[in-house]
Design a protein around this ligand. Structure first.
Ligand SMILES: Cc1cc2nc3c(=O)[nH]c(=O)nc-3n(C[C@H](O)[C@H](O)[C@H](O)COP(=O)(O)OP(=O)(O)OC[C@H]3O[C@@H](n4cnc5c(N)ncnc54)[C@H](O)[C@@H]3O)c2cc1C
Length: 345
C-alpha cells in the first residue's frame, strides 16, 4: 500500500495536462500545495442548485456535494473508491474495477467508504413530513425559525386523487384511494379537503394576532401540520441510502416517498455506481429469516428434480410473519399460500 497515494489514481504518472491553468495561492510555509494531475470537473456542472418540485408547494434541491470536483470522466463514486483503497492497497485502477469494488463494499456492508460522499439539500416540506424526516439523526439540519420570522402562507392541500382511505391491514397505512364513482365516498373525501382547507382562515387569524402583538412563537402554535417549513439537510451517502431505503419503501407515507424519489433522482447522476449497487444489494434485495430458510429447505425446493415439493408454511402461528412470508414467496415465484383466517390465531 502506498501511503502517499492511497487512491492509486490521481498521482499516477500524469498523461493529460489540466484543461484550464490552475492558479495556486502563494505558498504558506510548511504547506505543500499539489496541483491536480488530471483536469477536474464539477459534479453539479457549475450549477448553484439542482431542484425538483414536490407536492403542491414543496421542493428538494441539491445545493452542494462532496466531492464537488472529480477527475474528468469520473463521478463522485470516485471518493468512495479512493477511501476504500486505503484499506485494500492500490489495487486496480480501471473504472470498471471501481464499479466492482463499490459493489463488493455494498454487498459486504463495508459502509464507511460511502460516508466519504456528502450531499447538502435545501428542502421545503409540510411540517408533518418534517417530523418523519427529522428522525434520521445522522444528518445535519438547520430549519426555518417561526419564532424569528412569519410563517409563509404555503399549505399542503392534497388533490382529491391523493386522499387515501384507512388501510384495513396496516394501521399506519392509507394506501387505498377513495372510489370516485361512489358518491358517498366522494362526499367523505370532499369533507376531508374542507377540513384541511381550514388552514386558510387559521392562517389569516395567525397574521392578525401577530399584527396585534402576539409573539410569533406563540401565534404559530395554532397552525396545523400541513403548513410548509424548510431546512438545509446535509447527510453522508451511507445515511442517505438508509433514508432512501426506509422512505421509498411502500410502508412509508406517500408524501415522504415523493421527496425520497426526488432525492434519488438528484443523487443518481452523481453516484451512479453506488446507486446501482444499492438497488441490487439493498433496496431491491430481500432478507430471509431463519424460519423462511427452513421452510424452503423442508420442501427440497432448489434441489430440483423429483421429490422437490411445494414450499411449505412457516413454523410459526404469527399471522403477520406468515403474511410477510406469503409476500416474499410471491416475489420469488415459490407459489401462493392461503393465509389463516383472522380468527385462526
Ligand atoms: C414506515 C415507518 C414507520 C415508522 N413509524 C414510527 C412510529 O410509529 N413511531 C416512531 O417514533 N418512529 C417511527 N418511525 C421512525 C423509525 O423508528 C426511525 O426512527 C427512523 O426511520 C430513522 O431510522 P434510523 O434510526 O435508522 O435513522 P438514523 O437516525 O439516521 O440512524 C441511522 C443509523 O445510525 C444509528 N444511530 C443513529 N443515532 C444513534 C445513536 N445516538 N446511537 C447509536 N446509534 C445511532 C441508528 O441505529 C441507525 O443504524 C417509522 C419509520 C418508518 C420508515
Amino acid at each position: 500500500m502506498s501511503l502517499q497515494n492511497p487512491s492509486g489514481m490521481a498521482e499516477a504518472k500524469p498523461t493529460t495536462a489540466p484543461a484550464t491553468p490552475v492558479s495556486l495561492p502563494a505558498g504558506t510555509p510548511g504547506i505543500r500545495v499539489v496541483p491536480p494531475s488530471v483536469p477536474f470537473r464539477d459534479v453539479m456542472a457549475g450549477a448553484s442548485r439542482h431542484e425538483v418540485k414536490v407536492l403542491d408547494h414543496g421542493f428538494i434541491a441539491l445545493v452542494d456535494a462532496m466531492p464537488r470536483l472529480v477527475p474528468e470522466g469520473q463521478t463522485a463514486d470516485q471518493a468512495i473508491v479512493q477511501a476504500a483503497r486505503v484499506s485494500y492497497g492500490e489495487g486496480t485502477k480501471q473504472v470498471s474495477e471501481d464499479r466492482g469494488l463499490i459493489r463488493y463494499l455494498m454487498r459486504h456492508r463495508h459502509s464507511t467508504p460511502f460516508e466519504m460522499v456528502e450531499f447538502k439539500f435545501h428542502v421545503s416540506m409540510p411540517i408533518f413530513i418534517a417530523r418523519q424526516w427529522i428522525r434520521h439523526r445522522t444528518a445535519n439540519v438547520n430549519e426555518y425559525s417561526a419564532r424569528y420570522s412569519i410563517v409563509p402562507d404555503r399549505f399542503y392541500i392534497p388533490t382529491m386523487e391523493a386522499v387515501r382511505r384507512q388501510s384495513a391491514s396496516n394501521r399506519q397505512g392509507g394506501e387505498q384511494n377513495f372510489d370516485v364513482s361512489d358518491a358517498a365516498q366522494v362526499k367523505t373525501a370532499e369533507d376531508f379537503l374542507a377540513y384541511v382547507g381550514q388552514v386558510e382562515s387559521l392562517y389569516q387569524q395567525y397574521l392578525a394576532l401577530t399584527a396585534q402583538g402576539v409573539s410569533r412563537e406563540m401565534a404559530r402554535i395554532g397552525l396545523p401540520v400541513n403548513v410548509y417549513t424548510e431546512w438545509y439537510w446535509k447527510c453522508d451517502l451511507h445515511n442517505v441510502m438508509r433514508f432512501l431505503s426506509l422512505r421509498l419503501d411502500s410502508h412509508a407515507q406517500l408524501e415522504i416517498r415523493e421527496y425520497a424519489a426526488a432525492m434519488l433522482s438528484l443523487i443518481e447522476p452523481l453516484v451512479p455506481m453506488t446507486v446501482e449497487a444499492w438497488r441490487d444489494y439493498e433496496f431491491e434485495s430481500m432478507r430471509l429469516t431463519r424460519l423462511e430458510i427452513e421452510a424452503i429447505r423442508r420442501s427440497g425446493a432448489g434441489a430440483g428434480g423429483e421429490g422437490a415439493g411445494a414450499v411449505g408454511d412457516l413454523a410459526t402461528s404469527n399471522r403477520r410473519e406468515q403474511a410477510e412470508w406469503a409476500a416474499k414467496r410471491s416475489v420469488l415465484g415459490l407459489g401462493e399460500v392461503s393465509l389463516p383466517s383472522p380468527t385462526g390465531g
